[in-house]
Structures are given as structure tokens and as C-alpha cells.
Design a protein around this ligand. Structure first.
Ligand code: SF4
Ligand code: MG
Length: 337
């Protein structure tokens, strides 16, 4: 069966500066480099990495909010990058996005009813006018709010409730794909869990496919079928969630996972691999493997030659020594019971 959404070798370069700078040459920044993933109905792909790794650029690029420099984005097999703007506009309803801060994306002057009805101004055929009142009530119920909330304003809700309104607004267009860009990152941990559970329920009910972007690995683990780890615009590790969390292969993934707080106090003294240094300036990425300045395993080959992608078990790993490095024994606690 054809995947709902497929991204192939997507690339986004930003050209920087004017002629005359950098010795007359234009410099470009490769914010997203040849990233690929597939979303099937009811499936979630989690995307993780430190801030500045290109997660948000990737989200904006696959949504065509930023025009990609290269690659393909397929919706039911059809490359949407070839579509004229007007047709792309029509297709947008199928691919919605939920952003981190629902408050800034919900107009404070409007009632919830108006906020949820707004998308139907652009796509009037989705819900006929006579059905809209009832549909607003259904949407509110679907996201765990009350139909009577329709008359209230965004500031009358908590952060978690506002994010539910943001989700309801995305659902108003009956999409098949939702990009959740740090959608729960601003919420308290207990509220995060509630919203993630809501997203999972909605996925089960409606067959939604999610690209779930977050820097919080425990949340990603809970919701994702597959995980992509990004570093400096590139995928460094990709695989089924269980495989990546149980046996991380790329030193960057190992370091990211090792930074996750451990709930079990017995584990307190385990060795934490501290991820030293900052993400390098993407305008001047390091030679060879871009992770080498921060990698404890780096050798001459790493400094000289970009690593190929290697298949190790179920995962794909961009490291010269993937599968040959010491397994991260101290991470076994993260695999859960
Ligand atoms: Fe580390 Fe070398 Fe692997 Fe890069 S290729 S992650 S520097 S071991
Ligand atoms: Mg981001």
C-alpha cells in the first residue's frame, strides 16, 4: 500500500550574505541534508535532536512553508513539490501542524467556536454551514473539552487545554497527517502525558499519521513507532523505536539517551556520558563526520571522511564504526521492563 506521506532526500539550503562577503563567494547553510522518512496511516515517526539540529527547518520544509532546495515530498504517492501554489493550498488541509505554543497561534480576540470554524472559511465543503455548530461540539468532545467551552476565549484555558484547542483546530480540516512540532514541549510533565495520550487516542480513532518532533526523548519513545535522530541537518540514526532506545548505535544517540533523567534512584550512580561542547556552526560544519569534535570515539578517518550510512540490525546509522563500538551497557535501564 502507498504510504500517506513520504519524504525522499529532502534538502534545504539557505544562501547567506551578499556578493562581496566571504571573499565574493556566496555561502550556503545546509539546514536539512537529504532526509528521508515514510509515514503510513496510523503511524508515528519521532524526530529528535538538540535545538539547532534542523528539526524545525525540516518541519517547515516538508510542509512547504519553506521551499525545499531538493528532494521529494509525496502525499499518497504524488510529489507535492511539483504542485502549483493554488493546488498546494487545497492539499494543505490534509497535512496539518500543531506548534509548540498554542497561545500565540490562537487569536485572543476570538471565541473557541470562531477559532475552530475559521478553517471552514477557506475549505467550506468540509462541513456544511448547517452542521458547523454541531461539529464544533464534536471536536471539543473529541479532544476532551466540553461543548460549552465554545463560548470561551483562549486566555480562559490552561496551557494543556489550549493545546487541546490547537489540536481540535487541526482536526477541523480532517487531515491525514499532523506534524507536531514540539507540540507538548512547553507543558508540565503531567500535562504532557495527558496530551500525548490524547494524540494516541486520536490516532487510533482517526488513523492519523504523525511526524512528532521533540527534544524530550521519553515523550518521543512513548508515542513513536520509528525514530529519527538528527544532527546538523542530517539523519545520524534511524530505526524502530524499540531498537534505537534499547541499542543506540550512533555515539550521538548514545549521548542523547544518556542525558535522559533516570526515575530509578538505584541507577543514580551510573556513568552519564556528558555531551560536551555546543552544536557546531552549521555554516562551517566540521570536516569528515560532523559529530567528530564531540565524539569520544573519533579517529583520523572520522576527521577526514564523511561516514556512510550503515545498516546495523534494524537500524541505519551514519558512523564509520557503527556496530563495532562498545555497546552502551549503561543504557539498558532505558529499555524499560
Ligand atoms: Fe564518532 Fe567517527 Fe562515528 Fe562520527 S564516524 S560518530 S566521529 S566514531
Ligand atoms: Mg526546533
Amino acid at each position: 500500500d502507498t504510504p500517506v506521506f513520504e519524504v525522499r532526500d529532502i534538502r534545504k539550503d539557505y544562501v547567506l550574505g551578499k556578493p562581496g562577503l566571504f571573499g565574493g563567494k556566496l555561502r550556503s547553510l545546509a539546514a536539512v541534508r537529504d532526509v528521508s522518512f515514510t509515514l503510513r496511516r496510523g503511524e508515528t515517526v519521532g524526530l529528535v535532536g538538540e535545538s539547532g539540529c534542523g528539526k524545525s527547518s525540516l518541519a517547515r520544509t516538508v510542509l512547504r512553508l519553506n521551499e525545499p532546495t531538493g528532494g521529494e515530498v509525496r502525499y499518497h504517492g504524488r510529489n507535492i513539490l511539483d504542485l502549483p501554489k493554488a493546488e498546494m493550498q487545497k492539499l494543505r488541509r490534509h497535512i496539518q501542524v500543531v506548534f509548540q505554543d498554542p497561545y500565540s497561534s490562537l487569536d485572543p480576540r476570538f471565541t473557541v467556536r470562531r477559532i475552530l470554524s475559521e478553517p471552514w472559511q477557506v475549505f467550506p465543503d468540509i462541513v456544511p454551514p448547517a452542521r458547523r455548530e454541531a461539529r464544533v461540539a464534536e471536536l471539543l468532545t473529541l479532544v476532551g473539552l466540553n461543548p460549552s467551552d465554545a463560548d470561551r476565549y483562549p486566555h480562559q484555558f490552561s496551557g494543556g487545554q489550549r493545546q487541546r484547542i490547537g489540536i481540535a483546530r487541526a482536526l477541523a480540516l480532517e487531515p491525514e497527517v499532523i506534524v507536531c512540532d514540539e507540540a507538548v514541549s512547553a507543558l508540565d510533565v503531567s500535562v504532557q502525558a495527558q496530551v500525548v495520550n490524547l494524540l494516541k487516542d486520536l490516532q487510533d480513532k482517526l488513523g492519523l499519521a504523525y511526524l512528532f518532533i521533540a527534544h524530550d526523548l521519553s515523550v518521543v519513545r512513548h508515542i513513536s513507532d520509528r525514530v529519527i535522530v538528527m544532527y546538523l541537518g542530517q539523519v545520524v540514526e534511524e530505526g524502530p523505536t524499540d531498537a534505537v532506545f534499547r541499542t543506540p548505535r550512533h555515539p550521538y544517540t548514545v549521548a542523547l539517551l544518556s542525558a535522559v533523567p533516570v526515575p530509578d534512584p538505584k541507577q543514580k550512580d551510573r556513568d552519564v556520558i556528558v555531551l560536551e561542547g555546543e552544536v557546531p556552526n552549521p555554516i562551517m560544519p566540521p570536516s569528515g563526520c560532523p559529530f567528530h569534535p564531540r565524539c569520544a570515539h573519533a579517529r583520523d578517518l572520522c576527521r577526514q571522511t564523511p561516514p556512510p550510512v550503515r545498516e546495523v540490525g534494524d537500524a541505519r546509522v551514519r558512523c564509520h564504526f557503527a556496530g563495532e563500538l562498545e555497546p552502551a551497557a549503561d543504557l539498558r535501564h532505558l529499555a524499560g521492563p
